[in-house]
Design a protein around this ligand. Structure first.
Ligand SMILES: [Zn+2]
Length: 249
């Protein structure tokens, strides 16, 4: 059984405590188009020892480890995030963005760190922390219409700092639910592709990566998007409503 399935089965009862080094789906090596990330947020229950074991695996095997969170200082405490960044520094792991992964796999071990949704103020406030640790992260932005002009300016500053701004749907809905209700084309044309266009229209580099809200994906939604973006990111499991197959490859 894949580690994420074990994890998903346990989470409803006791939270997820699989060590990250056992979660094969969050590691990549070689060309790939669908990636899967482990959650650093408190709710995921991955402690620093587990994250350390994951980083050690990436270093030892020459893999990319995929990690994500939402709101620094909110969903993930700042001291935990800082401890993870210290640990990454200790392993001398370089960062890779999803735009870079779209161009091809790195030559050795790396960390793909992403932050999802709309917490632009918290991301911006973490700039000194990011700079101190030479972090280059990917921000998967949803509900761009709800981000203020000031927030959009902060997002542009993050892009200017070397971070990667990518798409995460318009309304942050579960893709399979929208497909069931309104059809695949409606989901693609009203939820997915416009979240790419709004960023490009606002002056960001045209997104070439897309992250699924809740990791809720299907082979059908993958196919619908991979003509439009180079890479997709899912998550290793979803807490509020587990999805059946978040890490397919
Ligand atoms: Zn999200």
């Amino acid at each position: 059984m894949r580690a994420w399935l074990t994890c998903g089965a346990l989470v409803a009862l006791a939270g997820c405590h699989d060590s990250l080094d056992d979660m094969d789906g969050i590691f990549s090596r070689g060309p790939r188009r669908v990636f899967c990330a482990a959650n650093l947020d408190t709710v995921a229950g991955s402690d620093l020892a587990s994250i350390h074991a994951g980083l050690a695996r990436a270093r030892t095997r020459g893999e990319v480890i995929h990690l994500y969170a939402h709101n620094p200082g909110g969903t993930v405490p700042l001291d935990k995030l800082e401890a993870v960044l210290d640990d990454i520094d200790g392993f001398e792991l370089p960062y890779v963005t999803y735009a870079e992964l779209a161009a091809g796999p790195p030559t050795g071990a790396a960390v793909a760190l992403s932050f999802d949704d709309t917490s632009v103020g918290a991301w911006y406030a973490a700039r000194p922390l990011f700079a101190q640790h030479h972090v280059r992260a990917t921000f998967f932005v949803s509900r761009f219409f709800a981000i203020s002009a000031d927030g959009r300016a902060e997002l542009h500053q993050l892009a200017a700092d070397g971070h990667d701004i990518e798409a995460h749907t318009i309304n942050h809905l579960r893709a399979p639910d929208v497909v069931a209700d309104r059809g695949l084309v409606a989901w693609r044309d009203h939820e997915a592709l416009p979240s790419i266009d709004v960023l490009a229209d606002d002056g960001f580099a045209r997104p070439i990566a897309f992250a699924y809200p809740f990791g809720a994906r299907t082979d059908e939604t993958d196919r619908a998007l991979l003509d439009h973006v180079a890479v997709l990111r899912s998550v290793s499991f979803s807490f509020s409503a587990p999805v059946s197959d978040p890490c397919p490859y």
